[in-house]
Design a protein around this ligand. Structure first.
Ligand SMILES: Cc1cc2nc3c(=O)[nH]c(=O)nc-3n(C[C@H](O)[C@H](O)[C@H](O)COP(=O)(O)OP(=O)(O)OC[C@H]3O[C@@H](n4cnc5c(N)ncnc54)[C@H](O)[C@@H]3O)c2cc1C
Length: 382
């Protein structure tokens, strides 16, 4: 079997599906190859928080993140219109525990920087709250802190729903989605990539987009894998439920967070395990740390029922930044991988950038900090 398309997308997670959708909308033929079923790996396991960039950061990656956050509501609306599936985008806001005086000072400085920025309703985007103010908003949040930072633009989506919506939207718009087709190797000459081979045959393409998440280095020749190094970073999550809904905001304390879902259940996260390899599952240490973290924020969660737990592999990179752009020295190959902790957040802008690169040959965004083949300092290595 051999098949030709204009653009071949490898990987059917949130990045691959978003890229396939956007590129297809520019009128070219697109085939997406997915090793299993679409949207069952990191993108399914993730928490679904659409995280705004830190207020005082203005580097190229923060600009990219900001653009993605701004595009999210429209992106979800578009998915809902084309697929009929609602990703449940909700700008629920977040409340973060500030556990030291220094964190409070830094938060106040963020508030000053953002003082002239408001939401559409005219409310401040960020503000520092006292425990009384937090309890008025979230009576369940009784864990102690020096202060609390409220952010009104943090949003969330329901991962399985945005993934189903993207998959259906891709098919409705004419992307050829091939599931259960693992790429065994790229069709690579000395300086170009012309597609990929699966057990079913060869898929030739003018452009190949590498979106295989934590597995992106697994099937590429060494010379390409070195330009887009990716490794798995396991993250665990627990889902808890109570008889009545308890929270409305995302609540964060250090590396732990609580995400209230529309059905009243609460997602508890998260672990960051860079040495996990591809070993899936939950560990006693991971679960213990997440549930301890959860109860430090909302002590009354102690009597909630555990409804589920799982893990996923974030695509980590040596400097934690993604690889987005043309792969130098390899004509025909574009990378869109290594999104680490922000793949759900960065999906809309990543898809727009890849479309721009394919259609126009360039993008308005500065990709220097996420360019494939960039140098990594020793201190950035994990
Ligand atoms: C516990 C956890 C919590 C997270 N929380 C958040 C959050 O709140 N907000 C946020 O923005 N991000 C979050 N993330 C990160 C986010 O989930 C990832 O960055 C994102 O899902 C990466 O998307 P992806 O499409 O690159 O990878 P994946 O979803 O892993 O997709 C890659 C796909 O490629 C396929 N594939 C692999 N090898 C091959 C092959 N040889 N041939 C064909 N297909 C192949 C895989 O089967 C898979 O479907 C979280 C991640 C985890 C694990």
């Amino acid at each position: 079997m051999s098949e030709h398309c204009d653009v071949l997308v490898i990987g059917g997670g949130i990045i691959g599906l978003s890229v396939a959708l956007r590129v297809r909308q520019s009128g070219v033929s697109v085939t997406l190859l997915e090793r299993g079923d679409c949207g069952r790996e990191a993108s399914w396991a993730g928490a679904g928080v659409i995280a705004p960039a830190k207020p005082q950061r203005h580097g190229p990656m923060s600009m990219i993140q900001r653009a993605s956050v701004e595009r999210y509501a429209g992106f979800c609306e578009e998915i809902r219109e084309v697929s009929g599936i609602d990703p449940e985008y909700d700008r629920c806001g977040a409340i973060e525990f500030l556990t030291t005086e220094q964190f409070v000072r830094m938060a106040r400085s963020d508030v000053r920087v953002m003082s002239d920025v408001t939401t559409e309703e005219g409310s401040p985007v960020v503000e520092v709250l006292s425990s009384e103010q937090v309890r008025a908003l979230e009576p369940g949040v009784t864990g102690e802190a020096v202060g609390y930072l409220r952010n009104r633009v943090t949003a969330q989506v329901r991962n399985p729903r945005i993934l189903q919506g993207l998959r259906v939207a891709c098919e409705r718009l004419g992307v050829r989605v091939r599931e259960n087709e693992a790429v065994g190797e790229l069709i690579a000459g000395t300086n170009r990539v012309d597609g990929a081979r699966t057990q079913a045959g060869a898929y030739s393409a003018d452009r190949t987009v590498l979106c295989a998440g934590a597995w992106s280095s697994e099937f590429a020749p060494q010379a390409i894998a070195e330009l887009v190094p990716v490794h798995p970073v396991r993250g665990q999550m627990v889902l808890v439920e109570r008889d009545r809904p308890l929270l409305t905001h995302v609540i964060k304390r250090r590396k732990h967070y609580l995400i209230p879902r529309r059905d009243g259940r609460i997602l508890v996260g998260v672990t960051l395990e860079p040495d996990s390899g591809f070993e899936a599952g939950n560990t006693a240490k991971g679960i213990n740390s997440m549930l301890d973290g959860a109860m430090a924020m909302v002590p009354s969660l102690s009597d909630s029922r555990v409804a589920g737990m799982w893990s996923g592999f974030r695509p980590g990179t040596p400097d934690t930044r993604p690889h987005i752009g043309f792969v130098p020295g390899w004509e025909g190959l574009i990378a869109a991988t290594g999104h680490y902790r922000l793949g759900v957040t960065l999906a809309p802008v990543t898809a727009d950038i890849v479309r721009d690169l394919i259609v126009d040959g360039s993008t308005p965004f500065d990709l220097a900090h996420c360019a494939p083949g960039r140098a990594f300092s020793t201190s950035a290595a994990r």
